[in-house]
Design a binder for this molecule. Structure first.
Ligand code: PBG
Length: 328
């Protein structure tokens, strides 16, 4: 069995030891690239688990502050906020109320943790009684009448101190409308991350439970993208860039890694990918059953998202992944 052959190429040489593997690794993960999504609700002392998303909670502003402090200590530099309003109505008025839950949370975070980068989700679906992302009339989600409400929402987040606003509604021309409203109100330095290619996905299921934002009738297919479309994603991204987006996002991440790669190749802007609630829930469920090694699976899938071309990953795994990366 001591047979030796003359083989010119032996790729295994570079896999022989951990330092060597680390040295030649092409894609690396760092907590600096993570944005940690969080849900904030009214009340005090709240830390309510979300059953379909183990490890994710509804926080009140006080407990949110603690969670963000710990996230910072883990090395996660940035959070994305979603709000659960006190009440809902047809026009989603708490979305753009000065004392709305997100506005209050942003003020508290910027006051207590000035080093934390605060991104806010700009949408109406958590705040509307019908659960759609825009104004509804006659069973239709209307585009243009929604723009003003979305722009007001973004301006109110900026006024509270948000660093980045992130519209997730998928109405046409909303990036331009929001950019213009921000500039007119003196928030020209607030950045805009658009959910540019956002697909109508089954993988938002757990989020809609968590945010109470499932549509009361119909679905989101008249505004979110069809999963089969690739060229259309590039068109959506192109439009958002022309309208003034500073960062562009693809969502969900894992079933759309080809789109992440396409977007990476078409623009020099930073590209973000959203590792959404359903992707998270699948990993957690399998891990709880002992069917996969959670730590390895999470680090592998996050690496895959980066390798596809994402600079930034929005992920509920942010804190645990940051800790795992530090442990090495
Ligand atoms: C709001 C919004 C959604 C998500 C982010 N912003 C849900 C939806 O479009 O129905 C999904 C996030 C996730 O699933 O983790 N429009």
């Amino acid at each position: 069995m001591n047979e030796r052959r003359n083989i010119t190429h032996r790729p295994r040489r570079l896999r022989a030891s951990e330092p060597l593997r680390r040295m030649v690794r092409e894609t690396t993960l760092a907590p600096d690239d993570f944005i940690y999504p969080l849900f904030v609700a009214h009340g005090e002392g709240l830390r309510r688990p979300i059953p379909s998303m183990p490890g994710v909670f509804h926080f009140s502003v006080d407990t949110l502050l603690r969670e963000c402090e710990e996230a910072l200590a883990d090395g996660v530099p940035s959070v994305l906020l979603f709000g659960l309003p006190e009440g809902k109505d047809a026009r989603g008025s708490e979305a753009y109320a000065d004392d709305g839950i997100v506005q209050r949370a942003v003020r508290a975070l910027k006051r207590e943790l000035p080093g934390l980068l605060v991104v806010t989700d700009v949408c109406l679906c958590e705040y509307t009684s019908h659960g759609h992302c825009g104004v509804v009339e006659g069973g239709q989600v209307l585009n243009d009448p929604s723009l003003d409400l979305l722009a007001r929402t973004a301006v109110s987040h900026a006024a509270a101190g948000a660093d980045v606003v992130a519209p997730s509604d998928m109405m046409d021309a909303r990036v331009g409308a929001i950019r213009q409203a921000l500039d007119v109100e003196g928030f020209e330095n607030v950045a805009l991350m658009s959910y540019a290619a956002k697909y109508a996905s089954a993988f938002y299921g757990p989020f809609r439970d968590a945010a109470g934002s499932a549509p009361a009738f119909g679905d989101r297919r008249s505004y979110q993208m069809d999963p089969g479309n690739r060229r259309e994603a590039l068109k959506e991204v192109q439009l958002d860039i022309e309208e003034g987006a500073d960062l562009v996002m693809v969502k969900p991440a894992l079933p759309y890694l080809d789109i992440v790669r396409d977007v990476r190749e078409m623009t020099d802007l930073p590209v973000a990918a959203y590792n959404v609630s359903g992707e998270y829930a699948m990993v957690k469920a399998a891990a709880q059953n002992g069917w996969i090694d959670e730590r390895r699976a999470v680090l592998e899938l996050l690496t895959g998202i980066r390798r596809a071309g994402a600079d930034i990953i929005l992920t509920y795994h942010a804190r645990e992944a940051a800790r795992w990366l530090r442990e090495g």
